[in-house]
Design a protein around this ligand. Structure first.
Ligand SMILES: *[C@@H]1O[C@H](CO)[C@@H](O)[C@H](O)[C@H]1NC(C)=O
Ligand SMILES: *[C@@H]1O[C@H](CO)[C@@H](O)[C@H](O)[C@H]1NC(C)=O
Ligand SMILES: *[C@@H]1O[C@H](CO)[C@@H](O)[C@H](O)[C@H]1NC(C)=O
Ligand SMILES: *[C@@H]1O[C@H](CO)[C@@H](O)[C@H](O)[C@H]1NC(C)=O
Ligand SMILES: *[C@@H]1O[C@H](CO)[C@@H](O)[C@H](O)[C@H]1NC(C)=O
Ligand SMILES: *[C@@H]1O[C@H](CO)[C@@H](O)[C@H](O)[C@H]1NC(C)=O
Ligand SMILES: *[C@@H]1O[C@H](CO)[C@@H](O)[C@H](O)[C@H]1NC(C)=O
Ligand SMILES: *[C@@H]1O[C@H](CO)[C@@H](O)[C@H](O)[C@H]1NC(C)=O
Ligand SMILES: [Cu+2]
Length: 570
């Protein structure tokens, strides 16, 4: 054979194998349709009945299932008086930023009577994520699990569980959650704390009137179950445990991890975990329970939420014994919390490798802070010294624009945002030292512009402006590697030497430790405007939010697509 024939042969084989791969994918990848009707539902918990905003009348909302590679089409129709958007938390929305569902960042809200169809692929995850409202405090009642199965034929890196259950941790307010946020922003005070925590929407039997409101799980001795854990609470990191059963984490935020067996799980709002539990105890009934992990003296309802695991079959006598309660750490056990987060590692196997950026093109350092703002004239404010509580990133408290950032960027509408979000705090100080005397922030709608393809490193630093506190920070459009964390001030000349660039966890939400820092890395290969914010709703409401604008690249699949025809207008 001459060179020409060899080349032709090669080409034919190459094209044939491409066609085969294409056909295989075409067969495996389904389009899945979901209809989300936003409607009122009458729900009663802890002696209190209220009309809340739901999806399809369900609380929590429906579970969305997909296989890796599937395309999802979710039509959201708004039948309530409030504006609504739905966000697919953790889904990368690679080249589908218009479907991210972030009010005033990627879209205008879906108004009463309107609908909008989200159209996106579930390419990069296997495991559990969740969806929730991304406007006001509506995610208190608008949330549900997203379960993503691996592609058919791909082996699981852990023993196949016999069954699985979503376990969504939430917070219940007797009052109207939109009103609670509005009241807090108007008065400048701390928003009302929730009245109960919940497991799958139920507070459990330790609260008033809740004997009917108990979530029950049935176990068969010897079987292994996967709990698909979601912290959908608004304002609390949570400890979660099951009496006499250990928990084996095999994935977090929709990514596989090295198996890690713990007595108690720690989940920040916005985080998820895939957990294996083996029914290896005596027959009987066991509580699973969640309670706040608070790194500061913030108020919270002190009663844990519980659900009951019941072994089948159980004798009449066993049913009348009170369930065993798990031992959970003290609410302020930061040693447990920090050790927990540092113990999680990516699986990083041959089948499931990690791609941690080894070099850095953009080196960012952001402080996250509480602040106080002056009370508008003529108003009586209820923050400290008659001011309003506020919060910031690099001393800028985020102000929502009146049309979405992504639309204004795409259509080049001037005056909506400025592209000058600073890469560093305006002036260095002893971040975790004595309380800062001047708590006033700047306010603005600024984005940090990142060139397509850059390897980004971001160090998030807690500060002692007003008070130290933990902040679970969530990034849209990407997952990131958590390469380092520590207490005190980040030291640029010392700390990077200890970064884990081998098997760091790959997440979408990471807690900035109270009085400490965390370092994350990702490759900015998804053009668009991507929100980043504290996932404690109270802190986000005060302005602990900002956005990245990732420019288009020059190659194929590197350009922002045009908006869908039904994208809501403001
Ligand atoms: C909710 O329940 C209350 C009490 O049962 C009832 O009065 C009210 O009409 C119900 N509201 C809706 C929207 O169904
Ligand atoms: C907030 O809490 C106060 C005090 O308990 C209560 O009077 C008020 O009704 C609550 N607000 C809402 C919107 O539920
Ligand atoms: C179950 O857990 C409880 C509470 O932690 C403990 O007192 C008890 O000894 C445990 N029982 C068994 C059989 O391990
Ligand atoms: C936790 O709170 C207890 C009781 O208030 C206190 O004695 C203890 O020192 C606190 N522990 C930490 C680590 O802050
Ligand atoms: C920062 O403040 C802490 C606590 O007051 C103190 O121990 C530390 O020495 C200070 N660091 C610097 C560089 O001033
Ligand atoms: C934040 O900005 C305000 C207003 O410019 C300024 O007074 C304050 O000192 C700044 N705070 C920090 C920590 O840089
Ligand atoms: C940062 O670390 C270097 C090297 O260990 C040390 O010399 C320096 O004092 C540290 N800086 C601060 C502010 O602690
Ligand atoms: C709903 O959103 C539109 C567009 O941003 C806005 O003009 C309107 O005031 C909002 N309505 C409510 C009830 O918030
Ligand atoms: Cu926060």
């Amino acid at each position: 054979m001459d060179h020409f024939q060899t080349a032709t042969m090669f080409w034919v084989v190459f094209v044939l194998s491409c066609v085969m791969i294409f056909n295989h994918n075409a067969a495996a990848h389904k389009v899945r349709y979901y209809d989300f009707k936003i409607e009122y539902a009458n729900v009663s918990r802890i002696c209190h009945s209220k009309v809340l905003v739901s999806v399809n009348g369900e609380f929590p909302g429906p579970t969305v299932y997909a296989e890796q590679g599937d395309r999802l089409l979710v039509k959201v129709t708004n039948h309530v008086h409030s504006n609504v958007t739905i966000h697919w938390h953790g889904i990368r929305q690679w080249l589908s930023p218009w479907s991210d569902g972030t009010a005033y960042i990627t879209q205008c809200p879906i108004k009463t009577g309107q609908s909008f169809t989200h159209d996106f692929r579930v390419n990069s995850h296997r495991g559990t994520l969740f969806w929730h409202a991304h406007i006001s405090w509506l995610r208190a009642t608008l949330y549900g699990a997203i379960i993503i199965y691996p592609r058919k034929g791909l082996p699981l890196p852990f023993p196949k569980p016999d069954n699985e259950f979503p376990v969504l941790l939430g917070e219940w307010w007797n009052g109207d959650v939109e009103q609670i946020e509005m009241d807090a922003l108007r008065t400048g005070g701390i928003p009302n704390i929730s009245n109960a925590f919940t497991i799958n929407g139920q507070p459990g039997p330790l609260y008033d009137c809740s004997t009917a409101g108990v979530y029950m799980l049935k176990f068969k001795a010897g079987k292994t179950y996967m709990l698909r854990m979601v912290n959908a609470a608004l304002n609390q990191d949570l400890f979660f445990g099951i009496a006499n059963h250990s928990l084996t984490i095999v994935g977090v935020d929709g990514e596989y991890t090295k198996p890690l067996t713990v007595p108690v799980l720690v989940l920040s709002p916005g985080q998820t975990a895939d957990v294996l539990v083996t029914a290896n105890q005596h027959r009987g009934r066991y509580f699973m329970a969640a309670k706040p992990y608070v790194s500061d003296a913030v108020p919270f309802v002190p009663i844990p939420t519980t659900a009951i695991i019941e072994y089948e079959p159980t004798t009449y006598a066993e049913l009348f014994q009170p369930p065993v309660f798990p031992s959970l750490p003290a609410n302020n056990d930061t040693a447990y919390g920090e050790n927990f987060f540092q113990s999680i590692r990516s699986l990083n196997s041959k089948e499931y490798p990690v791609y941690v950026p080894q070099t850095v093109d953009r080196d960012l350092f952001f402080t996250v802070s509480f602040n106080l703002r002056a009370c508008p004239p003529g108003q009586l404010c209820s923050g400290p010294t008659l001011t309003k509580f506020s919060a910031s990133t690099n001393n800028i408290s985020f102000i929502f624009p009146s049309i979405s950032l992504l639309q204004s960027y795409y259509y080049n509408i001037k005056g909506v945002f400025s592209p000058d979000f600073p890469d560093n705090p305006p002036r260095p100080f002893n971040y975790t030292g004595p309380v800062m005397p001047n708590p006033q922030p700047k306010v603005g709608t600024k984005v940090d512009v990142i060139h397509f393809g850059s390897n980004v490193q971001l160090v998030l630093q807690d500060t002692n402006i007003l008070s130290l506190d933990g902040h679970p920070v969530h990034l849209h459009g990407y997952s990131f590697y958590v390469v380092g964390q520590g207490v005190g001030n980040f030291n640029r000349s010392k700390d990077p030497a200890n970064f884990n660039l081998i098997d760091p966890p790959y997440r979408n939400t990471v807690p900035v430790p109270r009085g400490g820092w965390v370092a994350i890395r990702w490759k900015a290969d998804n053009p668009g405007v991507w929100f980043m914010h504290c996932h404690l709703e109270a802190h986000a409401s005060w302005g602990m939010e900002m956005a990245f604008l990732v420019t288009n690249g020059k190659g194929k699949h590197q350009t922002l697509p045009p908006p869908p025809k039904d994208l809501p207008e403001c």
